[in-house]
Ligand binder design. Structure first.
Ligand code: PEP
Ligand code: MN
Length: 358
């Protein structure tokens, strides 16, 4: 049986707990208002000077049984919880988030009468050679892409190569060839841009700008493609977390450009059987987090051509809005990625296998 005196005191404690809880909740409401105003003014939420002033005041005011060190410790916890609350409140304001835009975004890319849609239930393919190497090679690739009813044609004119001595791409003449091949086959053209100084010229020739995995955290480039107003194919950095990937989209969105298609292309892991590890779960997670369309690049994820069909099927099954794949008239002589580009027969087989899922 509980002692009646203890029982009465416990009733007091319960009441005081509720008072503390009410005071904490009241404090949280005020803190949220301060946080919102700081965000509005672009001021950081954490203010160490203000924290030490508050602790000093509390130390001076403390005449109770707890030593000042304990009071400080308790209030530091309250400050930390308040800061977390402010930051959590801030999160829903991210433009990529479903909390700001619940429905799927649709990215429509057009040039004249040629048009393609990403998102909103469409399953959209991007295909073409890794690099634009010559007019003939590009024309042949454009022809087979067109034959399969695909509208978005890819080809790199600026190539991010691991070695500075590798083929670096044809540059502007490559863009000219890519745009010409696209135009002649009623295709749209996506090309990678690697340097802020090339954004304008790439935007002149391409219908969509690609930011590659190696530039996924080149923030100046992200801002510049954002300012270009052109649709952007945004690859995930091979060492980026899902959150970091989505924040790269935020850079582009923050410049007023919401024409973004995200692309999972494999991440670097310890596994050596594939060039990268296709992170299928990232597609599912990112789909929950963002309204932006997401496609999967099977070519760069795999680094080998014999598993492209199951990977593409997995991508579509998990909810990707499309698939990106490389195709070359003669992969054995390709100037880049010759291990993983499909030849035309392989591309026919690939398309036949995934067609029922498109
Ligand atoms: C590419 O698509 O040409 C390319 C280099 O891809 P990634 O940036 O994903 O490696
Ligand atoms: Mn490639």
């Amino acid at each position: 049986m509980t002692d009646p005196i203890i029982a009465a005191l416990r009733v007091d404690v319960d009441g005081i707990n509720l008072e503390i809880l009410q005071a904490l909740s009241k404090r949280a409401e005020v803190v949220k208002k301060i946080g919102a105003r700081q965000t509005e003014l672009g001021i950081t939420h954490f203010d160490p000077k203000r924290e030490s002033e508050m602790l000093e005041k509390l130390e001076k005011a403390n005449s109770g049984a707890f030593p000042s060190s304990t009071i400080k410790q308790l209030f530091k916890e309250i400050f930390k919880a308040s800061l977390d609350l402010e930051e959590r409140e801030d999160k829903p304001k991210l433009k990529y988030s479903r909390k700001t835009h619940a429905e799927d975004s649709i990215v429509t890319i057009s040039r004249g009468a040629v048009s393609v849609q990403f998102g909103g239930g469409a399953k959209t393919m991007i295909a073409g050679p890794c690099s634009i190497e010559s007019l003939e090679q590009t024309m042949q690739a454009a022809e087979i892409v067109k034959k399969h009813g695909i509208t978005m044609f890819r080809g790199g004119a600026y190539k991010p190569r691991t070695s500075p001595y590798g083929f670096q791409g044809l540059g502007v003449p490559g863009l000219e060839i890519g745009a010409k091949a696209a135009k002649e086959h009623d295709l749209l053209f996506v090309a990678e841009v690697m340097d802020t100084r090339d954004v304008a010229v790439c935007a002149e020739y391409a219908d969509m700008l690609q930011v590659g995995t190696r530039n996924a955290q080149n923030f100046a480039l992200l801002r510049e493609v954002g300012r270009s107003g052109k649709p952007v194919l945004l690859k995930r950095g091979f060492s980026s977390t899902i959150e970091e990937w989505l924040l790269t989209a935020e850079y582009i969105l923050s410049e007023g450009n919401n024409q973004i298609v995200l692309c999972e292309r494999g991440i670097r892991t310890f596994e050596k059987a594939t060039r990268n590890t296709l992170d299928i779960s990232a597609v599912a997670v990112a789909k929950l987090e963002t309204h932006l369309p997401i496609i999967v690049d099977v070519t760069h994820a795999a680094g080998r051509r014999d598993i492209l069909i199951p990977l593409a099927k997995a991508a579509l099954a998990v909810g990707a809005d499309g698939v990106h794949v490389e195709v070359h008239p003669d992969p054995a002589t390709a100037l880049s990625d010759n291990q993983q580009q499909l030849d035309f027969a392989g591309f026919d087989t690939f398309m036949a296998a995934i067609r029922p899922m498109l």
